[in-house]
Design a binder for this molecule. Structure first.
Ligand SMILES: *[C@@H]1O[C@H](CO)[C@@H](O)[C@H](O)[C@H]1NC(C)=O
Ligand SMILES: *[C@@H]1O[C@H](CO)[C@@H](O)[C@H](O)[C@H]1NC(C)=O
Ligand SMILES: *[C@@H]1O[C@H](CO)[C@@H](O)[C@H](O)[C@H]1NC(C)=O
Length: 445
């Protein structure tokens, strides 16, 4: 490989910076790795950082980690061969590069390129699809391996950085980052799907971790949330290990879209009264044209949970009736919402406004309920004078009945166990005197 041919000097990302500014590496295998999560209020998107490298979009729907490898901010310090290496077309790594998510299924190939060699142009090199779920767009890029570093954690504090060797990721250009489609400073997309090259499976293999990841999304831009890879306690200040409080529901798989995570919502209730909806919509089924539809998919880029139109109508109507019945007055709606109330007529509690409870009744033994309280069900608008039901109808091209948005996940703890195929959750930490920003990021070393 002749990297002297590459433009803009060096494309290096994910580099291990000099050890004078970061803690030294640990040799014993840590149980968990940690990536801090930030919320960007202007885009309502979340980003994460892996060790000292630039932020990436938090994207549970994406099937790999990709970067804008031509961005000049990757030019220093330089990552050079031997650690930065192309992945050859017929290699085992390339065979792991298949992608099948809601945006694209397939796309792996072998690149040929007439332009000068670069991270996005390299003959006989493995190519695959990359996507940005925030703008529902995908393109293709070239697969490379490199080392990078990531924080360890004992579950209470941050520990030293460890190196992840030969991590496979994709180099693209900035096509999927244009038009302010991501928070400023974000230079790629961190895929957390079930795909083999997505972070959970690759990190588990490279660092001998359990195939588990857990995240807690902050509700504002002031503090950092957490993404853990591996199994460990998850202790928030002052001293709460929330892994003891998880409830579990199966993580479902759609064979037509195997990278994505689904859960089984069986019914929805408002103040314990079940909505009258067509529960057939809640099942994953064939769409008759070789694809699938229905069911409940989890998103980390959709802000407000989207419901198929008839389900949305039933929820909005019952929520309004129940809210009005307790003296919460309806007011003119504020777009894009259509069910809004005078905030001064609702009382405030630790878990948000005291509005009717929305329960998702989930698959799981004994009946598993995800209760959505005020902090996750109504959004405050017009300087706090108005609150609106924080759900929306699905977009026209959406085939799923429910897309779980991040407003409903903020200050909740969600643990994805890929080995046992189950989702552990605490639907809100607020009632337990914590928020997702309560992790103690002080280094213990
Ligand atoms: C790739 O191969 C083609 C055809 O052999 C050649 O014209 C081109 O210069 C090569 N590109 C690079 C970047 O090596
Ligand atoms: C960016 O905006 C331009 C002009 O509206 C549009 O043509 C292009 O598709 C957008 N790019 C992305 C990646 O969304
Ligand atoms: C955070 O962790 C550090 C290191 O263990 C500890 O000294 C400090 O007291 C902790 N801070 C809080 C607020 O618990």
């Amino acid at each position: 490989m002749d990297f002297a041919m590459a433009p803009k000097a060096i494309f290096v990302l994910l580099i291990v910076f000099s050890t004078c500014t970061f803690p030294s590496f640990v040799s014993a295998a840590p149980k968990a790795l940690l990536a801090p999560i930030s919320f960007d209020p202007s885009s309502s998107l979340y980003s994460l950082t892996l060790g000292p490298s630039p932020p990436l979009l938090l994207d549970i729907a994406s099937s790999n980690l990709w970067l804008d490898c031509l961005n000049p901010s990757f030019s220093s310090p330089s990552l050079e061969p031997p650690s930065f290496q192309p992945v050859r077309c017929n290699s085992a790594v390339c065979h792991s590069a298949d992608v099948c998510n809601s945006l694209i299924c397939g796309g792996r190939g072998c690149a040929t390129c007439d332009a000068p060699a670069s991270p996005v142009c390299f003959n006989n090199s493995c190519s695959t699809s990359i996507s940005n779920s925030a703008i529902f767009t995908s393109t293709s890029g070239l697969v490379w391996t490199d080392k990078f570093s990531i924080l360890t954690t004992d579950g209470r504090n941050t520990g030293p950085l460890v190196e992840v060797p030969k991590f496979a990721f994709v180099c693209g250009d900035d096509l999927l980052l244009r038009n302010n489609s991501v928070p400023s400073g974000v230079l790629g997309d961190a895929g957390l799907s079930r795909a083999l090259l997505a972070l959970p499976t690759q990190l588990a293999a490279k660092r001998s971790l359990k195939r588990i990841f857990t995240y807690c999304l902050p509700s504002n831009g002031n503090g950092k949330g957490i993404l853990f890879f591996g199994a460990s306690p998850i202790v928030f200040q002052p001293n709460n290990d929330f892994t003891n409080s998880l409830r579990y529901t199966p993580l479902l798989k759609d064979t037509k879209q195997p990278d994505s995570y689904f859960i089984g919502v069986k019914a929805i209730a408002v103040n314990e009264v079940t909505l009258s909806i067509d529960t057939n919509l809640l099942k994953i089924k064939n769409d008759g044209t070789g694809g699938s539809k229905g069911g409940t998919i989890i998103s980390t880029t959709v802000r407000y949970t989207q419901l198929e139109s008839s389900i949305y109508n039933a929820l909005a109507s019952d929520f309004k009736t129940a809210a009005n019945a307790r003296g919460i007055k309806s007011v003119t709606a504020i777009s894009p919402f259509d069910t809004c109330f005078d905030a001064s007529t609702a009382s405030s509690t630790r878990v948000g406004y005291n509005v009717p409870t929305i329960d998702l009744l989930l698959q799981g033994s004994g009946g598993v309920v995800w209760s959505i309280l005020g902090a996750n069900s109504v959004v405050s608008l017009d300087d706090g004078k108005v609150i609106c039901l924080a759900f929306q109808r699905t977009r026209e091209f959406e085939t799923r009945a429910i897309v779980m948005g991040t407003f409903q996940q903020q200050d909740a703890l969600l643990q994805y166990d890929l080995a046992t195929s189950r989702l552990g959750f605490v639907s809100t930490l607020l009632g337990r005197m914590a928020t997702c920003s309560n992790f103690n990021f002080t280094s213990s070393s």
